[in-house]
Structure formats: structure tokens, C-alpha cells
Design a protein around this ligand. Structure first.
Ligand code: MN
Ligand code: MN
Length: 468
């Protein structure tokens, strides 16, 4: 082999060069990542909504020995507890050996994804077709939601107080639903519109039926009546029960391997279940960590972390306060010494759309988890912007545990931007930085991630939660 030149040697010593995990990882590690992703796909197929993600995570946690947290009971190192917040967000903790005032380690992901929600009074008939009227949730390109198979998930609380679970469109034998689109032959006017208006929000109506209730009576709206009859037979609900329901329309396709080499996964809702799943699996592996470990699965991130299941609410503060109280301490003395990985996705470089990112500071598929110092927009507005000291701490943790990682920004300066739960946790005086998986086609009904990157997320969150 030729000897290295002086420049090569100097570059090796001084220059930063992120690596591809397909080169940095052994065959054995790559097989481990592929095997890990079988569990991830199963989770994705079972958990398409925040409620389902909580149920699945609770199942996994209980199987690993976690029990519901009772703030009146004492806690000791090795205890594994969870608090289910209204079925839509979840807190998991493993109590550490260090004093609680040394702080806790937090991995915080969100489990809501962009979708179409049913309106409070959704059912109507128009020209012998029955529809559900919707109001979209989160940042979507509305035109992407037409002409694809859709499923209905959620809960209805009936007049009698009974909660009915609905999940239809997932089993091969189930019917599916869709939002229709205009044929190109007659789309001339539509195609002239701005992309935001090609399909208008108020036109996202879900087609759900076309056969009338058979009778002699010609009183009208018999297709709608027939749907009500079917819903009543199957779920025992009446039309007024929609007023006390949370019904979400999500893509009906399952998570699948993507590419001849099966290196990627295509699925609905990688943002942010691709971080939520590793945030759960990593805490389940802990026995008696040094620092108390906490995993958060939050709701409502896609609409600004609002409400009592979103990260702007006090539920994390109260949970930490209850844990602190079990050791006779104050929450603020715990939070001020805590470290949090805001576990969220970031944009992956897409060679088809290279202009929106700056390639020296953006994430790539297969280069591992992406550490994002700041998100925000217009000159770092609305971001917590992690400190140099915290960046160092996380860098060290990942390098020590051979996590393949890279840095990223959410797009070019002034190109747009966005936010995560990071700033709300930072507001609690916690050192917080974003770390997650790079995603192609983020917020589309079908998003793409790399299997190696998901596995690296598991390893990265474990590195934090198991820190010495
Ligand atoms: Mn996200
Ligand atoms: Mn998002």
C-alpha cells in the first residue's frame, strides 16, 4: 500500500468527516439492526395513532416488569414504573442508584402524526354518496391525501358511557376508505391552482358508502341512514355519539421493507414513532442505571405540543415532582441537573430536492442518528439551541458507545424550518438537544427511513439512559 501523503495524514488528524454506517458497522451489527427493525415494523403496524402507540408501549413495558406508578409508594433503585396520561401520552421511568437530585436522563419522543381527524358532526350524504367530513391535523400537503386507501382509528364514547374502540381498514378483510380526486381530463382549472389549494382543506371528505337503506319510504338521505344502521349494528353507536369521539383517518398501508436491498422501511408515521420505539426499547433494557431514566411519549407535537397530553402541559413536571417527593426532594432540584434528548426526526438529504438543505450541515440516510443543535426558523426563532457543553456531553456518550451519528439542520437558512418538543423541556431548566432519525418524504402519508439509523437511535438513547 502506498504511503499516506503529509496532507492525508494531517487531514486525518484535523478534519471532520462523518462516515456511512454501512461502512462503519460490521456485518454482524447490520444483521442486528435488520432484526431490530422487524420489531419496529410490528410496532408501526399496531400503533398508527397516539392512543395505539401508548397501548403498545404499555404492553411492552409491562412485559419488561414496569408497573403503574403510585406516588404514595416509596421508590428504590431498579424500580420500573409508568404513568399513562389519558391514554395519549406516556411516561416510563427506571429508578437509578444515584441521588435523585443528580438529575434524570430523558428520552422524549412524540407519537402523534399528521392525519385527517373527523369533525365533531362528520356524517353527511350528498347525491347518494355518504361521507365523513374531516379537519386535517398537523402539517400536510393536502393533495397527498387523495386517492390512497385510508383507515379509520379511534374511540367513541357512547351515550351510555361505554368507550368503543374503532380500527377499520387494516385487516386484509376490512373495507378501506378514500378521498377522491379529480380526473386529469377535467383538471385543467385545478392544475392551475397553487399547490396549497390544489385540494382544499374543506374538500378532504372521506367516501364511506353508496348503497341506500332499502325501503318504500323516499324521505331522502337513505345512504347516510344505511351507514348509521351499519355503525349501530357493529359498534352500538348513534349519530350523536360522534360528538364524544376522537376518530382519526390514517393511511391504510402497512410498514414494509423498501428497496431491493431491504435497507429502508416505508411507512406512515415514522415521524416520530421511529424515535418513540427506540426510546421505549432502550429504557426496557435497563436494570439499575446510575441516573434515573425517563422515556416520554408525547402527544400533540404536530400542532404545537398543546393541551394536557402535549409537552407544554405540566405532566412531566408533575411526574418528576412525584418521583422527587418519594426521595424527599423538590422537582426543580432534579430538573435543573437533568439531561434530555428530544427524540425527533430531521430532514434527510434528498438528491431529487437538494436545494432546500445545505449539504455540509444536513443529515443523510444511513449516516446514523442526527444530532440537531437547533431547529426553529428565521434566524433561530423558536428553538432552545443546545449549549456547547451539552453538545460535548452527547458527543462523548455516543462516541464511547460506538453510536454512528451525524449533525443536521432543519433546512437551509431562511428556507423554512420547524420545531420539536425540545424547547418545552428546556423551559423546565433541563439541558436539552434534538437527536433522531433522518427521514425522506417527512409528513407524507408514506415516509422513508433507513434501518441502520433506527437501530442507531436505539443505541443512542440507550447511551444516554445508561450513562454512568
Ligand atoms: Mn416530529
Ligand atoms: Mn412532524
Amino acid at each position: 500500500m502506498a504511503e499516506k501523503t503529509q496532507a492525508e495524514l494531517l487531514r486525518e488528524r484535523l478534519a471532520y468527516k462523518p462516515g456511512l454506517s454501512t461502512k462503519l458497522l460490521s456485518e454482524e451489527e447490520i444483521s442486528k439492526a435488520d432484526a431490530y427493525c422487524e420489531g419496529y415494523k410490528a410496532f408501526m403496524n399496531a400503533a398508527k395513532t397516539e392512543r395505539e402507540a401508548v397501548s403498545e408501549a404499555v404492553k411492552l413495558a409491562e412485559a419488561a416488569g414496569f408497573v403503574p406508578f403510585d406516588y404514595k409508594k416509596p421508590l428504590k433503585a431498579g424500580d420500573k414504573v409508568y404513568r399513562n396520561n389519558r391514554g395519549k401520552s406516556l411516561l416510563l421511568a427506571v429508578i437509578g442508584t444515584r441521588p435523585i437530585t443528580d438529575g434524570v436522563s430523558i428520552a422524549a419522543a412524540h407519537i402523534d402524526s399528521p392525519r385527517l381527524d373527523l369533525k365533531p358532526n362528520p356524517l353527511y350524504e350528498d347525491h347518494d354518496l355518504a361521507y365523513f367530513d374531516t379537519h386535517y391535523y398537523g402539517g400536510i400537503k393536502k393533495y397527498q391525501w387523495t386517492a390512497i386507501p385510508l383507515a379509520l382509528h379511534g374511540v367513541v364514547v357512547r351515550k351510555d358511557g361505554e368507550t368503543v374502540q374503532i380500527r377499520i381498514g387494516e385487516d386484509p378483510g376490512d373495507p378501506v376508505f378514500c378521498v377522491t380526486d379529480l380526473l386529469p381530463h377535467l383538471g385543467t382549472e385545478q392544475m392551475q391552482r397553487k399547490a396549497t389549494e390544489v385540494v382544499k382543506g374543506e374538500d378532504l371528505n372521506l367516501l364511506i358508502g353508496s348503497r341506500p337503506f332499502r325501503c318504500d319510504d323516499e324521505s331522502g338521505e337513505l345512504v347516510k341512514l344505511n351507514i348509521l344502521k351499519l355503525l349501530n349494528e357493529k359498534y352500538g353507536i348513534v349519530e350523536a355519539d360522534f360528538l364524544s369521539a376522537e376518530l382519526e383517518i390514517v393511511p391504510a398501508f402497512p410498514a414494509r421493507d423498501l428497496g431491493f436491498d431491504r435497507s429502508m422501511i416505508g411507512a406512515y408515521g415514522h415521524d416520530d414513532r421511529v424515535c418513540a420505539y427506540p426510546a421505549v426499547t432502550s429504557i426496557l433494557e435497563l436494570e439499575k442505571p446510575a441516573y434515573t431514566a425517563v422515556t416520554i411519549l408525547a402527544d400533540k407535537e404536530e400542532i404545537g405540543s398543546e393541551g394536557n397530553t402535549g409537552m407544554q402541559s405540566a405532566f412531566l413536571r408533575y411526574f418528576i415532582a412525584d418521583i422527587a417527593a418519594a426521595f424527599g426532594e423538590e422537582a426543580r432540584h432534579v430538573l435543573s441537573n437533568s439531561v434530555c434528548l428530544s427524540a425527533d426526526v430531521n430532514v434527510a438529504y434528498d438528491p431529487i430536492y437538494p436545494d432546500v438543505v445545505e449539504s455540509r450541515n444536513c443529515a443523510f440516510i444511513n449516516r446514523g442518528v442526527v444530532l440537531t443543535k437547533y431547529t426553529g426558523s428565521r434566524g433561530k426563532s423558536d428553538t432552545s439551541d443546545a449549549s456547547a457543553e451539552l453538545m460535548y456531553k452527547i458527543r462523548r456518550l455516543m462516541d464511547d458507545r460506538q453510536v454512528v451519528w451525524q449533525v443536521g439542520e432543519l433546512g437551509k437558512v431562511d428556507m423554512g424550518g420547524g420545531g420539536t418538543v425540545a424547547k418545552y423541556i428546556a423551559d423546565l431548566d433541563v439541558d436539552t438537544v434534538d437527536l433522531g432519525v433522518p427521514v425522506l418524504s417527512m409528513h407524507a402519508p408514506y415516509e422513508v427511513i433507513s434501518k441502520l439509523d433506527v437501530y442507531m437511535a436505539h443505541r443512542a438513547f440507550y447511551a444516554l439512559l445508561a450513562r454512568e
